[in-house]
Design a protein around this ligand. Structure first.
Ligand code: FAD
Ligand code: NAD
Length: 492
């Protein structure tokens, strides 16, 4: 048995906080997979490095719409992969080397799966027991697989098996000719955009009546209308069975059945594809840690229960010296949220170490995480960006709401974009004048939403944000300005 002052499990956002403040401690990092975790290796970073060229390819294919003669003639799949993964893999290797080498002599890297045997003890896959005074659980989430006949979970993401997740699709040796995507959430829509723009024949199989259903109803409907206009989408359907052909490279047939979520659907009996991407959500990795078995409290959807200080709970009480961050405990599966939580955990650990015994730090000395005005974007086509509440959520929360939906084509930059479709929807409280939420569907949504995020974070009234600053003319954010000007407030 080896004892450490501090054990970190998972090197995604967890890898961020372990800096020189902890140089005097004997630390260990357990990582069973790629250093850097999901975002660096198979998530935010490589996907966006595929999305950007995909958007260029799409614009070339649609250039005639802007009276430009251009054409999309294909993508150099292996060059693109090489450009993306040579950078990503070098960062992964550099991170591992830094943590393992002479520059961090106080740290030990344990390149193995670990699971808890009690609240402060883990055992590695090779059987070593490790105890620690303080533990940070940053073990993330993993793709969920459906329990559908014909799908062998053990073979998903293994070479040659045609059913994959986001963990391996970007490393396929060849660009698939036909791709079927099961799911219609964030990952499904980003990969549908990437592969369809690169010329793959993409079919999206969606259970519900709309795509990106977690959005505000107006935004989801707008996105669905735009996306289905030039993508092959089957709504109201789900796989009943996967039938794999004989031999490597043989196509897959997906037998479909109505999902029961859409009335009177007319769906095809089956879809054929060379590759099937499963994108039906990601579950926190608590089961692999045996977290519930040792008594850690879990939310109904399987996350570790944490408080505002990111302390982990067991039996309704914080476990002294045990913190968690990111997808393993957060309701927001987003990198910027995981990073924020990692900063808080790092600061709180410093306070806890200074206090003496694990858990000895007084609560008023600890920092709280803020999940106010958490934004998100979907890097598909058109882009989507959100912050705060949907209109339904705002009404349910009891607000007297004022809502404005502004079309991109209402402003001059929208005319420059040949009236491409797009909307900004802003939801505010009539009395306080504060913005409660916003949803944007359209070009550059992830960038133009920032003034609304800032206004919400700093409690700036919507009318002051609209009137109290210049808005560059004729830039696209004028659509935000106009949406804010269209809100109706209780007269003062
Ligand atoms: C395809 C895709 C695209 C995404 N794009 C975006 C985006 O554009 N913007 C955004 O904000 N978010 C995006 N996300 C979400 C984002 O990647 C995650 O929210 C974020 O990476 C979570 O970080 P984390 O540190 O909690 O977990 P992770 O980065 O997943 O790190 C957890 C680590 O723990 C390790 N681990 C787990 N269990 C054990 C164990 N028992 N023993 C040892 N090691 C273990 C894992 O191997 C992993 O390396 C995307 C996700 C995906 C899948
Ligand atoms: N740009 C970003 O910030 C970004 C990008 C990718 C992923 N992420 C994060 O990763 C998370 C996971 O992404 P995701 O797309 O896997 O999940 P999601 O929750 O966004 O979408 C899941 C989809 O699968 C469907 N579904 C669920 N169970 C199903 C079943 N059994 N059969 C068929 N369909 C089913 C749902 O109806 C939904 O359409 C996101 O919620 C997000 O937080 C973020």
């Amino acid at each position: 048995m080896t004892h450490y002052d501090l054990l970190l499990i998972g090197t995604g956002s967890g890898n961020m906080f372990l800096d020189k403040r902890f140089a005097g401690l004997k630390t260990a990092i357990a990582e069973e997979w790629h250093f850097g975790g999901t975002c660096l290796n198979v998530g935010c970073i490589p996907t966006k490095m595929f999305v950007y060229p995909a958007t260029i390819a799409e614009e070339a294919a649609h250039a005639r719409r802007y009276d430009v003669e251009a054409a999309f003639e294909g993508v150099d799949w292996s060059a693109l992969q090489e450009r993306i993964f040579s950078r990503v893999d070098a960062i992964e290797a550099g991170g591992r080397e830094y943590r393992s080498g002479d520059r961090q002599p106080n740290n030990t890297v344990i390149p193995e799966h670990v699971r808890f045997v009690d609240e402060k003890t883990v055992v590695t896959a090779s059987g070593e027991e490790i105890t620690a005074d303080r533990i940070v659980i940053a073990a993330g989430a993993a793709p969920t697989l459906p329990d559908t006949p014909g799908l062998d979970p053990a073979r998903v993401d293994t070479p040659g098996y045609p059913i994959v997740t986001s963990n391996s699709i970007m490393r396929l040796p060849e660009q698939p000719k036909r791709l079927a995507i099961v799911g219609s959430g964030v990952i499904a829509m980003e990969f549908a955009h990437i592969f369809a723009s690169f010329g793959t024949e993409v079919t999206v199989i969606a259970r519900g009546p709309r795509l990106l259903q977690d959005l505000d109803g107006t935004a989801s409907a707008e996105f669905t209308t735009i996306f289905t206009a030039d993508h092959n989408v089957i709504l109201g359907a789900q796989p009943a069975a996967f039938r794999l052909g004989d031999g490597e490279g043989a196509p897959v047939t997906i037998d479909l059945e109505p999902s029961g979520r859409v009335d009177d659907v007319d769906i095809p009996a089956a879809v054929d594809a060379d590759i099937v991407l499963i994108a039906i959500g990601r579950h926190p990795n608590t089961a692999g840690l045996d977290a519930a078995e040792v008594g850690y409290d879990l939310t109904p959807d399987g996350r570790l229960v944490v408080d505002a200080f990111q302390r982990v709970y067991a039996g309704g009480e914080p476990v002294p010296g045990v913190f968690a961050l990111g997808d393993i405990s957060s309701e927001h599966q987003l990198k910027h949220v995981a990073n924020h939580e990692a900063r808080v955990v790092g600061d709180n650990l410093v306070v806890d170490v200074a206090a003496g015994a694990p858990g000895a730090a007084a609560e008023d000395a600890l920092e709280r995480t803020s999940h106010k005005a958490v934004p998100a974007a979907v890097f598909t086509s058109p882009q989507v960006a959100t912050v705060g509440m949907t209109e339904d959520e705002a009404r349910l929360a009891g607000h007297d709401v004022t809502v404005k939906v502004q079309q991109y084509s209402d402003v001059a930059y929208g005319w420059a974009m040949a009236d491409d479709p797009g909307i900004v929807k802003v939801i505010a409280d009539r009395d306080s004048r504060l913005i409660l939420g916003a949803q944007i569907v359209g070009a550059e949504a992830s960038m133009i939403i920032q003034p609304l995020i800032q206004a919400m974070a700093f409690d700036q009234p919507a009318d002051e944000v609209a009137r109290g600053q210049y808005w560059i003319h004729p830039a696209l954010p004028e659509v935000i300005e106009n949406a804010l000007l269209g809100l109706e407030f209780t007269p003062r």
